[in-house]
Design a protein around this ligand. Structure first.
Ligand code: PQ2
Ligand code: NAD
Length: 227
């Protein structure tokens, strides 16, 4: 399995199965893509999310679409044909339907996520990782399907570990651009940026606010440039 970050904006993600797992996947993709859930029944969180959407709180432009249907294995291909998703998620409790979703998606060159199996995947299938976000920093974590519970536990640890990384990314990105435009020699620029992102003082400063972080960073940068 090769980890990649995939831009799904403007794309459709179709989720077959509106139970606990389908609901979690739909919520996970809602910010990034148009999400359609096909299922005869829907988890209550999904129903309230579909109703709430449109009030600007869900984060996505489009509400999650709930389509009440229970396609059998033979009918699944038509749904994928019609919806033309970038990714199909197989999250029903019917293994034959999940297998049909996988086959139909792969036949059409679409990505597929099977939520009911962890090994023996076909090429083209994807695992949904546990993710930690502190925009623009994203950590994605997988155990290769071996232990989702461990993925969750590690996510909780890493969440604490990378607190403030979003602010640090913004600050160090800004510094990087400034040093580039100021014509600082590449070697000095790289050293300055590397020191900033490793400086305890800058991390601590950022906790108090952006300008505190910036002041700490300026001290670090001066030390490098004065040498
Ligand atoms: C990361 C996360 C993302 C998400 O789902 O959004 C995710 N599972 C999460 C949680 C979780 N899932 C399960 C438990 C109960 C404990 C347990 O059984 O271990 C818990 C923990 C809990 O809920 O506490 C049960 C489970 N999961 C799968 C199976 C089928 C099987 O193994 O055959 C079964 C057994 C079903 C059964 O038989 O009962 C399969 C998959 N689950 C994956 C992802 C993929 C591999 C990820 C990796 O490589 O690590 C993979 C392969 C496919 C996929 O879904 O993409 C999310 C954490 C979100 C977070 O960060 O909190
Ligand atoms: N990936 C994971 O993290 C994870 C975690 C737990 C369970 N699972 C597996 O995922 C599957 C779903 O788990 P769940 O807890 O959401 O089950 P669930 O029973 O709560 O939900 C299954 C949903 O699929 C719907 N469904 C049934 N037939 C359908 C069809 N033909 N077309 C569309 N929808 C259909 C049902 O109405 C229901 O809403 C199970 O097979 C389970 O083994 C995966």
């Amino acid at each position: 399995m090769t980890p990649l970050y995939h831009d799904l904006s403007g794309e459709t993600v179709v989720v077959f199965g509106g139970g606990a797992v389908g609901s979690r996947k739909a919520r996970g993709f809602d910010e990034a893509a148009r999400v359609v859930v096909v299922s005869p029944e829907f988890d209550e969180r999904l129903v309230s999310l579909a109703e709430e959407a449109g009030d600007g709180e869900s984060g996505s432009d489009e509400p999650i679409e709930l389509v009440r249907a229970a396609p059998d294995a033979d009918a699944v291909a038509d749904w994928i044909e019609r919806l033309d998703p970038a990714l199909a998620v197989a999250a029903t409790d019917d293994a034959a339907v999940n297998a049909a979703v996988e086959a139909a998606a792969l036949d059409r060159g679409k990505l597929v996520n099977r939520t009911d199996v962890s090994g023996g995947r076909d090429p083209g299938s994807v695992v949904v990782p546990a993710t930690i976000e502190d925009d623009p920093v994203t950590v994605a974590l997988s155990t290769g399907g071996t232990s989702p519970a461990l993925a969750k536990a590690l996510r909780e640890r890493i969440e604490a570990e990378i607190e403030g990384a979003g602010e640090m990314a913004a600050l160090s990105g800004e510094i990087r651009e400034e040093l580039k435009s100021a014509g600082v020699a590449p070697e000095k620029r790289r050293e300055a940026v590397r020191r900033v992102v490793r400086s305890r003082g800058v991390w601590k400063g950022l906790q108090k606010g952006r300008s505190n972080g910036r002041q700490e960073a300026d001290t670090v940068i001066e030390e490098v440039l004065d040498r």
